[in-house]
Design a protein around this ligand. Structure first.
Ligand code: G4P
Length: 177
């Protein structure tokens, strides 16, 4: 644990990539969404990409990753949504080219962490701008005590997290059963 309710997982997910473990995580996400006719995965750079890639390999669909635009210039060729990061205390525009998302897409969002849900809300906004269909959101680690996942579920959005942490102290983690 790091200060600010940050769980350090750079030994398998955020810095060093444990490829076998990531592939297993991708396999489980593919199993959960096997009957949803997903044809595209949407994630956001950077740490969402490896797990999205792993799931995509099992689902045989492409991955689109939203880019974090720091220039402030948004062109007409992209969908964009402003995201305010609770954990990192910054604001950025997530952008996706209009060439890669459209109304015929059935989209699964994948990300590494779910805290307050700001990144997911931005990606959902982009899916709505594209007129695409959201099948659900699959997350590696949800920090349940930060509430974002439960708010999305209350709004009828399917959210599947491989692990949900209900509380975190310096010495212990409690997982939701
Ligand atoms: P939210 O979207 O659910 O509201 O989450 P939040 O803004 O708080 O998260 C912003 C960034 O912080 C994300 O990375 C997310 O992966 C990361 N993050 C959130 N909680 C944790 C945590 O407990 N541990 C770790 N290691 N990371 C956490 P990002 O800014 O998009 O950057 P990147 O790492 O994906 O490049």
């Amino acid at each position: 644990m790091l200060p600010g309710d940050i769980l350090k997982v750079d030994c398998f997910l955020n810095h060093l990539l444990d490829v076998s473990f990531l592939m297993e995580m991708g396999k489980e996400i593919a199993r959960l969404y096997q009957s949803e006719s997903v044809n595209k995965i949407l994630t956001i750079e950077s740490s969402g990409i490896p797990i999205a890639f792993a799931a995509a390999q099992h689902m045989n669909v492409p991955v689109v990753f939203a880019k974090k635009n720091k220039s402030g210039n948004i062109s007409d060729d992209v969908y964009s949504s402003r995201i305010s990061s609770f954990t990192r205390k910054n604001v950025y525009d997530a952008v996706v080219s209009k060439d890669f998302l459209g109304k015929n897409d059935r989209v699964l969002i994948i990300d590494d962490f779910l805290a307050k849900g700001n990144a997911l809300n931005g990606l959902i906004d982009i899916i709505n701008q594209a007129g695409a269909t959201l099948c659900g959101c699959a997350i590696a680690i949800e920090k349940g005590f930060q509430g974002g996942g439960d708010v999305l579920r209350e709004h009828g959005i399917r959210v599947d997290s491989l692990a949900i942490i209900d509380s975190m102290t310096e010495n212990s983690l409690t997982f939701r059963k």
